[in-house]
Design a protein around this ligand. Sequence first.
Ligand SMILES: C[S@@+](CC[C@H](N)C(=O)[O-])C[C@H]1O[C@@H](n2cnc3c(N)ncnc32)[C@H](O)[C@@H]1O
Length: 288
Amino acid sequence: MRTVSARFNSTTTPNPSNENSRPAQTHFGFRTVDENAKEDLVKGVFSSVAPKYDLMNDAMSMGIHRLWKDDFVSLLNPGRRGPIKILDMAGGTGDIALRMLDHAREKYADRDTSVLVSDINPDMLKEGMRRVRQTMYHNTPQIGFQVANAQELDPDIFPDNSFDLYTIAFGIRNCTSIPDVIKEAHRVLKPGGTFACLEFGKVDNPLLSQLYEVYSFSVIPMLGSILASDRESYQYLVESIRRFPSQPVFAQMIRDAGFTTGQDFSGQGGAWRDLWGGIASVHLGVKA
Ligand SMILES: C[S@@+](CC[C@H](N)C(=O)[O-])C[C@H]1O[C@@H](n2cnc3c(N)ncnc32)[C@H](O)[C@@H]1O
Protein backbone atom coordinates (compact mmCIF):
# COMPACT_ATOMS: atom_id res chain seq x y z
CA MET A 1 0.00 0.00 0.00
CA ARG A 2 1.31 3.45 -0.91
CA THR A 3 2.55 5.54 1.96
CA VAL A 4 1.83 9.23 1.78
CA SER A 5 4.97 11.18 0.88
CA ALA A 6 6.36 13.89 3.14
CA ARG A 7 3.60 16.42 3.07
CA PHE A 8 2.43 19.26 5.25
CA ASN A 9 -1.03 18.74 6.63
CA SER A 10 -2.95 19.09 9.82
CA THR A 11 -1.64 15.92 11.41
CA THR A 12 1.79 15.69 9.87
CA THR A 13 4.97 17.66 10.41
CA PRO A 14 8.17 17.39 8.36
CA ASN A 15 11.40 16.36 10.03
CA PRO A 16 13.28 19.67 10.15
CA SER A 17 16.74 18.18 10.75
CA ASN A 18 17.02 16.06 7.65
CA GLU A 19 13.93 15.82 5.50
CA ASN A 20 15.53 13.56 2.91
CA SER A 21 16.76 10.79 5.16
CA ARG A 22 13.90 10.39 7.63
CA PRO A 23 10.21 10.02 6.91
CA ALA A 24 7.88 12.82 7.99
CA GLN A 25 6.48 12.56 11.48
CA THR A 26 2.85 12.32 12.48
CA HIS A 27 0.76 11.61 15.55
CA PHE A 28 -0.44 8.30 16.81
CA GLY A 29 -2.49 9.42 19.77
CA PHE A 30 -0.02 11.47 21.85
CA ARG A 31 3.01 9.69 20.40
CA THR A 32 5.02 11.05 17.50
CA VAL A 33 5.70 8.33 14.94
CA ASP A 34 7.04 8.04 11.40
CA GLU A 35 4.23 8.86 9.01
CA ASN A 36 4.59 5.56 7.17
CA ALA A 37 4.25 3.61 10.43
CA LYS A 38 0.91 5.08 11.48
CA GLU A 39 -1.28 3.02 9.15
CA ASP A 40 0.01 -0.26 10.60
CA LEU A 41 -0.33 1.01 14.16
CA VAL A 42 -3.95 2.01 13.52
CA LYS A 43 -4.61 -1.34 11.86
CA GLY A 44 -3.18 -3.05 14.93
CA VAL A 45 -5.56 -1.14 17.20
CA PHE A 46 -8.67 -2.03 15.21
CA SER A 47 -7.66 -5.66 14.61
CA SER A 48 -7.27 -5.94 18.34
CA VAL A 49 -10.64 -4.32 19.19
CA ALA A 50 -12.66 -5.78 16.27
CA PRO A 51 -14.27 -8.77 18.05
CA LYS A 52 -15.47 -6.58 20.93
CA TYR A 53 -15.86 -3.30 19.06
CA ASP A 54 -19.66 -3.05 19.20
CA LEU A 55 -19.87 -4.19 22.82
CA MET A 56 -17.15 -1.74 23.84
CA ASN A 57 -18.81 1.14 21.98
CA ASP A 58 -21.92 0.59 24.08
CA ALA A 59 -19.94 0.27 27.29
CA MET A 60 -17.67 3.28 26.76
CA SER A 61 -20.39 5.65 25.61
CA MET A 62 -23.12 4.18 27.85
CA GLY A 63 -25.09 3.66 24.65
CA ILE A 64 -24.87 7.32 23.63
CA HIS A 65 -23.08 6.54 20.35
CA ARG A 66 -26.38 4.97 19.23
CA LEU A 67 -28.21 8.29 19.74
CA TRP A 68 -25.53 10.18 17.82
CA LYS A 69 -25.63 7.69 14.97
CA ASP A 70 -29.43 7.84 14.87
CA ASP A 71 -29.25 11.67 14.73
CA PHE A 72 -26.70 11.44 11.92
CA VAL A 73 -28.89 9.07 9.90
CA SER A 74 -32.08 11.09 10.51
CA LEU A 75 -30.33 14.24 9.37
CA LEU A 76 -29.16 12.55 6.16
CA ASN A 77 -32.62 10.98 5.75
CA PRO A 78 -31.74 8.32 3.14
CA GLY A 79 -34.66 7.34 0.90
CA ARG A 80 -36.36 10.74 1.07
CA ARG A 81 -35.57 11.55 -2.54
CA GLY A 82 -35.65 7.93 -3.77
CA PRO A 83 -32.97 5.25 -3.72
CA ILE A 84 -29.35 6.39 -3.45
CA LYS A 85 -25.86 4.89 -3.57
CA ILE A 86 -23.96 5.35 -0.32
CA LEU A 87 -20.28 4.81 0.41
CA ASP A 88 -19.75 4.28 4.14
CA MET A 89 -16.01 4.79 4.53
CA ALA A 90 -14.17 3.50 7.61
CA GLY A 91 -17.45 1.66 8.05
CA GLY A 92 -16.01 -0.98 10.39
CA THR A 93 -18.69 -3.36 11.62
CA GLY A 94 -21.41 -1.82 9.43
CA ASP A 95 -23.22 0.09 12.17
CA ILE A 96 -23.93 3.18 10.05
CA ALA A 97 -24.70 1.14 6.93
CA LEU A 98 -27.36 -0.96 8.67
CA ARG A 99 -28.95 2.14 10.20
CA MET A 100 -29.06 3.83 6.77
CA LEU A 101 -30.74 0.84 5.15
CA ASP A 102 -33.23 0.41 8.01
CA HIS A 103 -34.13 4.11 7.87
CA ALA A 104 -34.74 4.07 4.10
CA ARG A 105 -36.76 0.89 4.35
CA GLU A 106 -38.83 1.76 7.42
CA LYS A 107 -39.54 5.38 6.55
CA TYR A 108 -39.83 5.26 2.76
CA ALA A 109 -40.29 1.55 1.91
CA ASP A 110 -37.07 2.00 -0.09
CA ARG A 111 -35.52 -1.38 -0.89
CA ASP A 112 -33.07 -0.11 -3.48
CA THR A 113 -30.80 2.24 -1.58
CA SER A 114 -27.44 0.50 -1.31
CA VAL A 115 -24.35 0.91 0.87
CA LEU A 116 -20.79 -0.09 0.14
CA VAL A 117 -19.06 -0.49 3.49
CA SER A 118 -15.37 0.16 3.11
CA ASP A 119 -12.57 -0.02 5.65
CA ILE A 120 -8.80 -0.43 5.72
CA ASN A 121 -9.14 -3.24 8.25
CA PRO A 122 -10.40 -6.65 7.07
CA ASP A 123 -10.98 -7.77 10.67
CA MET A 124 -13.49 -4.96 11.25
CA LEU A 125 -15.24 -5.76 7.94
CA LYS A 126 -15.39 -9.46 8.90
CA GLU A 127 -17.34 -8.49 12.01
CA GLY A 128 -19.61 -6.40 9.78
CA MET A 129 -20.24 -9.32 7.41
CA ARG A 130 -21.03 -11.53 10.38
CA ARG A 131 -23.61 -8.99 11.59
CA VAL A 132 -25.17 -8.59 8.16
CA ARG A 133 -25.65 -12.36 7.88
CA GLN A 134 -28.25 -12.01 10.63
CA THR A 135 -30.23 -9.35 8.75
CA MET A 136 -32.59 -9.23 5.77
CA TYR A 137 -29.85 -7.49 3.76
CA HIS A 138 -27.66 -10.59 3.63
CA ASN A 139 -27.04 -11.70 0.05
CA THR A 140 -28.84 -8.72 -1.42
CA PRO A 141 -27.40 -5.97 -3.64
CA GLN A 142 -28.21 -3.49 -0.86
CA ILE A 143 -24.94 -4.04 0.97
CA GLY A 144 -21.36 -4.81 0.00
CA PHE A 145 -17.95 -4.75 1.68
CA GLN A 146 -14.63 -3.56 0.33
CA VAL A 147 -11.21 -3.27 1.95
CA ALA A 148 -9.71 0.11 1.02
CA ASN A 149 -7.65 2.98 2.33
CA ALA A 150 -9.79 6.13 2.44
CA GLN A 151 -6.78 8.18 1.37
CA GLU A 152 -6.34 6.44 -1.97
CA LEU A 153 -9.35 4.68 -3.43
CA ASP A 154 -8.87 2.46 -6.47
CA PRO A 155 -10.68 4.27 -9.33
CA ASP A 156 -11.74 0.91 -10.82
CA ILE A 157 -13.71 0.13 -7.65
CA PHE A 158 -14.55 3.70 -6.67
CA PRO A 159 -14.97 5.60 -9.95
CA ASP A 160 -15.25 9.38 -10.19
CA ASN A 161 -18.75 10.82 -9.64
CA SER A 162 -20.28 7.50 -8.58
CA PHE A 163 -21.89 7.94 -5.12
CA ASP A 164 -24.75 10.14 -3.91
CA LEU A 165 -23.64 10.12 -0.28
CA TYR A 166 -20.27 9.53 1.40
CA THR A 167 -20.43 8.86 5.14
CA ILE A 168 -17.53 8.53 7.56
CA ALA A 169 -18.30 8.06 11.26
CA PHE A 170 -15.58 8.13 13.91
CA GLY A 171 -13.11 7.10 11.21
CA ILE A 172 -11.39 10.14 9.75
CA ARG A 173 -9.35 10.99 12.86
CA ASN A 174 -7.55 7.67 12.48
CA CYS A 175 -6.33 8.48 8.97
CA THR A 176 -2.82 9.82 8.39
CA SER A 177 -3.83 12.56 5.96
CA ILE A 178 -7.29 14.04 6.54
CA PRO A 179 -7.04 16.29 3.43
CA ASP A 180 -6.34 13.23 1.23
CA VAL A 181 -9.44 11.49 2.60
CA ILE A 182 -11.68 14.49 1.89
CA LYS A 183 -10.16 14.91 -1.56
CA GLU A 184 -10.99 11.30 -2.43
CA ALA A 185 -14.50 11.73 -1.05
CA HIS A 186 -14.94 14.71 -3.37
CA ARG A 187 -13.70 12.70 -6.35
CA VAL A 188 -16.06 9.75 -5.87
CA LEU A 189 -19.18 11.82 -5.12
CA LYS A 190 -21.54 12.79 -7.92
CA PRO A 191 -22.10 16.52 -8.46
CA GLY A 192 -24.69 17.49 -5.84
CA GLY A 193 -23.57 14.57 -3.65
CA THR A 194 -23.01 14.96 0.08
CA PHE A 195 -19.96 14.34 2.27
CA ALA A 196 -21.14 13.60 5.82
CA CYS A 197 -18.80 13.14 8.75
CA LEU A 198 -19.68 12.20 12.33
CA GLU A 199 -16.66 12.65 14.57
CA PHE A 200 -15.67 13.63 18.07
CA GLY A 201 -15.24 17.38 18.51
CA LYS A 202 -14.09 20.00 20.99
CA VAL A 203 -16.28 20.86 23.97
CA ASP A 204 -16.73 24.58 24.73
CA ASN A 205 -18.45 24.43 28.12
CA PRO A 206 -15.65 24.37 30.77
CA LEU A 207 -17.54 22.17 33.24
CA LEU A 208 -18.61 19.63 30.62
CA SER A 209 -15.09 19.73 29.21
CA GLN A 210 -13.57 18.85 32.60
CA LEU A 211 -16.01 16.03 33.27
CA TYR A 212 -15.46 14.67 29.79
CA GLU A 213 -11.67 14.84 30.23
CA VAL A 214 -11.78 12.81 33.45
CA TYR A 215 -14.18 10.28 31.99
CA SER A 216 -12.10 9.90 28.79
CA PHE A 217 -8.70 9.50 30.36
CA SER A 218 -9.66 7.52 33.48
CA VAL A 219 -12.77 5.51 32.74
CA ILE A 220 -12.38 4.55 29.06
CA PRO A 221 -8.88 3.00 29.25
CA MET A 222 -9.97 1.20 32.44
CA LEU A 223 -13.04 -0.24 30.66
CA GLY A 224 -10.75 -1.28 27.81
CA SER A 225 -8.57 -3.08 30.29
CA ILE A 226 -11.42 -4.80 32.15
CA LEU A 227 -13.79 -5.67 29.30
CA ALA A 228 -11.38 -6.21 26.42
CA SER A 229 -8.04 -6.81 28.21
CA ASP A 230 -6.67 -4.03 26.03
CA ARG A 231 -5.95 -0.77 27.81
CA GLU A 232 -3.50 0.51 25.19
CA SER A 233 -5.92 0.50 22.25
CA TYR A 234 -8.51 2.43 24.23
CA GLN A 235 -5.88 4.87 25.45
CA TYR A 236 -5.02 5.50 21.78
CA LEU A 237 -8.69 6.06 20.91
CA VAL A 238 -9.01 8.73 23.60
CA GLU A 239 -5.75 10.42 22.60
CA SER A 240 -6.72 10.43 18.93
CA ILE A 241 -9.90 12.32 19.86
CA ARG A 242 -7.80 15.04 21.51
CA ARG A 243 -5.58 15.29 18.44
CA PHE A 244 -8.47 15.81 16.03
CA PRO A 245 -8.89 19.40 14.74
CA SER A 246 -11.54 21.69 16.22
CA GLN A 247 -14.87 22.05 14.42
CA PRO A 248 -13.99 25.36 12.61
CA VAL A 249 -10.62 23.98 11.44
CA PHE A 250 -12.20 20.77 10.16
CA ALA A 251 -15.00 22.71 8.41
CA GLN A 252 -12.32 24.73 6.60
CA MET A 253 -10.59 21.53 5.47
CA ILE A 254 -13.88 20.38 3.94
CA ARG A 255 -14.21 23.69 2.08
CA ASP A 256 -10.57 23.50 0.97
CA ALA A 257 -11.39 20.24 -0.82
CA GLY A 258 -14.03 22.05 -2.86
CA PHE A 259 -17.18 21.32 -0.86
CA THR A 260 -19.77 23.90 0.07
CA THR A 261 -20.64 23.81 3.76
CA GLY A 262 -23.34 25.43 5.78
CA GLN A 263 -26.49 25.30 3.71
CA ASP A 264 -27.76 22.05 5.22
CA PHE A 265 -27.74 23.54 8.66
CA SER A 266 -29.40 26.77 7.56
CA GLY A 267 -32.02 26.31 10.25
CA GLN A 268 -29.26 26.01 12.86
CA GLY A 269 -26.65 28.40 11.45
CA GLY A 270 -23.03 27.36 11.10
CA ALA A 271 -21.19 24.77 9.06
CA TRP A 272 -21.56 21.88 11.50
CA ARG A 273 -23.93 20.63 14.14
CA ASP A 274 -22.65 19.88 17.63
CA LEU A 275 -24.07 16.92 19.51
CA TRP A 276 -23.93 16.89 23.29
CA GLY A 277 -22.12 20.20 23.62
CA GLY A 278 -19.56 19.32 20.95
CA ILE A 279 -18.47 15.93 22.32
CA ALA A 280 -19.40 14.81 18.83
CA SER A 281 -20.28 16.84 15.76
CA VAL A 282 -21.70 16.36 12.30
CA HIS A 283 -20.11 18.09 9.32
CA LEU A 284 -21.68 18.16 5.89
CA GLY A 285 -20.27 19.31 2.58
CA VAL A 286 -21.98 19.38 -0.80
CA LYS A 287 -20.11 18.87 -4.07
CA ALA A 288 -21.04 21.56 -6.61
C1 LIG B 1 -13.82 3.93 15.46
S1 LIG B 1 -14.02 2.89 14.07
C2 LIG B 1 -15.54 3.46 13.38
C3 LIG B 1 -16.34 2.36 12.72
C4 LIG B 1 -17.75 2.75 12.27
N1 LIG B 1 -17.73 3.81 11.30
C5 LIG B 1 -18.61 3.15 13.45
O1 LIG B 1 -19.01 4.30 13.52
O2 LIG B 1 -18.89 2.30 14.29
C6 LIG B 1 -12.80 3.57 12.98
C7 LIG B 1 -12.60 2.75 11.71
O3 LIG B 1 -11.75 3.48 10.83
C8 LIG B 1 -11.00 2.53 10.09
N2 LIG B 1 -9.87 3.20 9.42
C9 LIG B 1 -8.77 3.73 10.00
N3 LIG B 1 -7.96 4.26 9.07
C10 LIG B 1 -8.57 4.07 7.87
C11 LIG B 1 -8.22 4.40 6.54
N4 LIG B 1 -7.08 5.04 6.24
N5 LIG B 1 -9.07 4.04 5.55
C12 LIG B 1 -10.23 3.39 5.82
N6 LIG B 1 -10.60 3.05 7.07
C13 LIG B 1 -9.78 3.39 8.09
C14 LIG B 1 -10.60 1.52 11.15
O4 LIG B 1 -10.14 0.33 10.60
C15 LIG B 1 -11.91 1.40 11.94
O5 LIG B 1 -12.72 0.37 11.44
